[in-house]
Ligand binder design. Structure first.
Ligand code: SF4
Length: 432
């Protein structure tokens, strides 16, 4: 039985018990949200020794970090380093998006090397194997796709991006719409090529029941991939995207009916004034299941700084109801990220989600900021470093251009406002 089916039967699972305490809810409150499909618990039934994570309504907004090889860069040691860096920087989940080298071997290593929930995109591997076995992606068979999905589930993958909502009607709408960047989802692009070349329906859409069967067997959470998500600001909220979302909503309904945990992936590139509408549409059309957004990026013109672009959009999205944010690194649109890029991306996404959690009333968010404000007022540098979202960076910068043992910092030196006013108004009270 999946967590969803158990919650509907009124069973409080050990995972719900444990995660309710983490999120500051009663087990009954969390279980009710799981039963409604508004919260998912990321944990494959067969995966041992991992820490499940709850994603969804009114919970702390979670951050995903994606790692993985590409066909051009296959360096497992470097990818495992990124896995460690992402975990140390505070990522809640990891996605292995590998498309190069021994994909099965690396996925197993990832699952073994982290306690975080692990996600994957099986169509990537199915496509790579089809090239190796049959010479091209368009010669991939439906069996190839379902076999890889089951392989990932059996290995212990906790959530999977599956492009089940891309069908011929959506492609037709895309052609009529005429987009600037057509399709930017990698899985969506593979399937689009396959569907157009073979003039057939997407097997993942046509045989969705087979996907549901696998997901239910292993309690893998489906992340319905937004194959048609806009790839630039100009394409945001066009008719193709909305048509895709209507189909996503229908697939979500079928997953919920089958007792399968499900969330929805979203954009992508969205101008700031369309972020709230994008989230509202998804929530309305998709039964308020958790929304996992890729960014969102609020402008197209900042390569090298897209972690910042995404953090702006991530805060807006999470404030509007997005539950899960996929990080974006400074390398986005430019190259495969390095470990340093991964660190910068996770921290930027955590700042974005925390800024939203502050106004979403998430337990502990407000208190964290208050503690930092008090430490600043008290010129308590040790405490400030301890409370910093990235203590290592804060410590390093504090150590530069400041005299050893200086009470204030070199920004204002002797004219430190905190010090001067503190002398007149006294030190802040400890527990106010
Ligand atoms: S010197 Fe200026 S910047 Fe530094 S702690 Fe004091 S008020 Fe803040």
């Amino acid at each position: 039985m999946t967590q969803l089916i158990k919650a509907r039967q009124g069973i409080i699972t050990p995972e719900v018990q444990q995660l309710a305490a983490v999120e500051g809810l009663t087990p009954e409150e969390l279980s009710q949200r799981v039963a409604q499909g508004r919260v998912v618990i990321l944990k494959n039934k067969g995966r041992q020794g991992m820490a499940p994570v709850a994603v969804g309504e009114k919970l702390r907004t979670k951050v995903n970090a994606s790692i993985g090889t590409s066909s051009d860069c296959v360096d497992f040691e470097d990818e495992l380093k990124k896995l460690r860096v992402a975990g140390n920087a505070g990522a809640d989940t990891i996605m292995d998006l590998s498309t190069g080298g021994d994909i099965d071997g690396f996925r197993k290593q990832v699952l073994h090397s982290t306690t975080l929930p692990v996600g994957s995109v099986p169509i990537y591997q199915a496509a790579m194997e089809s090239i190796a076995k049959r010479g091209s992606i368009v010669d991939m068979t439906a069996e190839d796709m379902f076999e890889v999905i089951e392989r990932h589930a059996a290995d212990g993958v906790d959530f999977m991006a599956i492009h089940v909502a891309l069908n011929q009607s959506v492609l037709e709408r895309l052609k009529i719409q005429g987009r600037v960047t057509d399709i930017v989802s990698r899985g969506g692009a593979f399937l689009t090529g396959w569907m157009l070349h073979n003039d057939r329906e997407n097997p993942l859409y046509a045989q969705f029941d087979r996907v549901l069967e696998i997901a239910r067997k292993y309690d893998v959470t489906l992340s319905i991939g937004d194959a048609i998500r806009p790839g630039c600001i100009a394409d945001s909220l066009d008719r193709a995207q909305v048509q895709g979302l209507v189909v996503v909503g229908e697939m979500v309904q079928r997953a919920l009916d089958a007792g399968v945990q499900v969330m929805v992936e979203g954009p992508g590139h969205v101008p700031a004034d369309q972020v709230a509408a994008t989230i509202l549409l998804q929530k309305q059309l998709c039964h308020r299941v958790p929304f996992f957004v890729l960014g969102t990026l609020v402008t197209d013109i900042a390569p090298g700084y897209d972690h910042i672009t995404a953090a702006i959009g991530g805060t807006l999205a999470a404030m509007s109801g997005a539950d899960f944010i996929c990080y974006v690194t400074p390398a986005e649109h430019l190259r495969l990220p390095t470990a340093e890029d991964v660190h910068a991306g996770v921290i930027a996404a955590r700042i974005a989600t925390h800024a939203a959690d502050l106004v979403k009333g998430v337990q502990g968010a407000w208190e964290w900021d208050l503690a930092m404000a008090k430490a600043r007022k008290a010129l308590d540098w040790e405490k400030q470093i301890e409370l910093a979202i990235d203590p290592g960076t804060a410590q390093r910068i504090r150590g530069e251009r400041n005299a050893a043992g200086a009470e204030a910092c070199s920004m204002c030196g002797n004219y430190c406002a905190m010090k001067v006013v503190g002398e007149y108004l006294g030190k802040p009270k400890e527990n106010c």
